[in-house]
Design a binder for this molecule. Structure first.
Ligand SMILES: *Cc1c(COP(=O)(O)O)cnc(C)c1O
Length: 361
């Protein structure tokens, strides 16, 4: 078995090994039932236990207040780009969008199909998303239906390290940094994330929303697209992606064992710090295109002297078991995605390789 591959992929991304081992051990016979969890009814006792545990662990890890509800939804984060305005952007209203990269652009484009929007801020500098705006740069509309922003820009390698105070409900796409650190959930109207970066496999979205916001959603849209429908039935309105939620449960249980989200936050700081330090001490051999205050702790993007050198870097790293380092095709360069599941030892191998590559090239 090639156990020494470190997966730096941006998504679907690496999963914590213990979560996969648990799935392997339980695959053919879930808790003595003689069948796999995938084969159980979503209304039966075996799956209900897993479903409730996934919700309970989410509440516990994030200290979710009673004002908010945890949902498991389908359609990916991209589905949310459409269902958020469908539910919450009423006739005669406008929604604020902060655009800091590819994903927030897509979110805005979907909202524009359904109603009025206001570009409340951008991270664009000379056509590139190399920073996120700070709160004072935003032009927020106090009467907006909601404010939408992307907390971590997976492709550009930028991240909001704190959030603006908003009058309107703040809705945040946290697909690539959810559960990487503790948050005060009470400040958000809704946070959501496709699971495939930091929570589990693809196929399920975790959303945590204020009950007040959920109740305010439109009734003039089909049931399946109403958040209310899913909230009323505890995400069991119809067949949920049971195996994906089961794996999310395994990842959440692992997170708890790691000391929860504050333990994870320290660990993630340390990992990202090692790579940024290596870049800073490379005398310009490696460079970060991102402004210092906006640098992501999840997706570390960096450049070398030429595209040829970058291609060579990625190819040689892959041979050494450091996989998934190629930057997104829209921005180029190198990207090390270091989500919760990437171990410190993996990052140590990367920075060691960066040193060797610099010495040899
Ligand atoms: C990957 C990603 C998405 C898209 O997720 P899907 O589940 O594939 O729709 C959206 N937003 C962010 C920030 C992402 O990283």
């Amino acid at each position: 078995m090639t156990q020494d591959v470190v997966n730096f992929s941006a998504g679907p991304a690496g999963l914590p090994r213990p979560a996969l081992e648990r799935a392997r051990d339980e695959l053919l016979d879930f808790e003595g039932t003689g069948i796999s969890i995938m084969e159980h009814s979503h209304r039966g006792k075996a799956y209900s236990g897993v479903h409730q545990e996934a919700i309970d662990l989410t509440k516990e890890l994030f200290s979710v207040p009673d004002t908010h509800q945890v949902l498991f939804l389908q359609g990916g984060a991209s589905g949310m780009f459409a269902t958020i305005p469908l539910n919450f952007l009423g006739a005669g209203q406008s929604a604020d969008y902060v655009v800091t990269g590819t994903w927030s652009k897509k979110a805005l484009a979907e909202a524009k199909l359904l109603g009025a929007t206001n570009l409340a801020g951008t991270g664009e500098v000379d056509g590139k998303f190399t920073r996120v705006p700070n709160a004072s740069e935003l032009s927020l509309d106090d009467n907006a239906a909601y404010v939408h922003l992307t907390s971590n820009n997976t492709i550009a390698g930028t991240q909001f390290h704190d959030f603006p105070e908003t009058k309107a409900p703040l809705i945040v796409d946290m697909s690539s940094d959810i559960m990487s650190k503790p948050l005060d959930i009470s400040k958000f109207g809704m946070i959501y994330a496709g699971a495939q970066k930091n929570l589990g496999p693809s196929g399920v979205v975790m959303a945590i929303a204020s009950k007040e916001l959920l109740a305010s959603g439109s009734d003039a849209i089909p049931n399946i697209f109403r958040y209310k429908t899913h909230a009323d039935k505890d995400s069991l309105y119809h067949t949920p992606p049971t195996f994906a939620i089961y794996l999310v449960r395994n990842v959440l249980a692992w997170l708890k064992e790691q000391g929860g989200l504050s333990g994870m936050a320290d660990y993630n700081q340390k990992k990202a710090g090692m790579i940024y330090q290596t870049i800073a001490e490379s005398d310009g051999y490696y460079s970060s295109p991102v402004e210092e205050d906006s640098r992501s702790l999840m997706n570390v993007v960096f450049r070398l002297g030429s595209e040829e050198l970058e291609a060579k870097f990625v190819a040689e790293a892959t041979k050494k078991g450091l996989s998934g380092l190629k930057g997104h095709r829209s921005v180029g360069g190198v990207r090390a995605s270091i989500y919760n599941a990437v171990r410190l030892e993996g990052v140590e191998r990367l920075v060691e390789f960066m040193g060797q590559f610099k010495a040899n090239n």
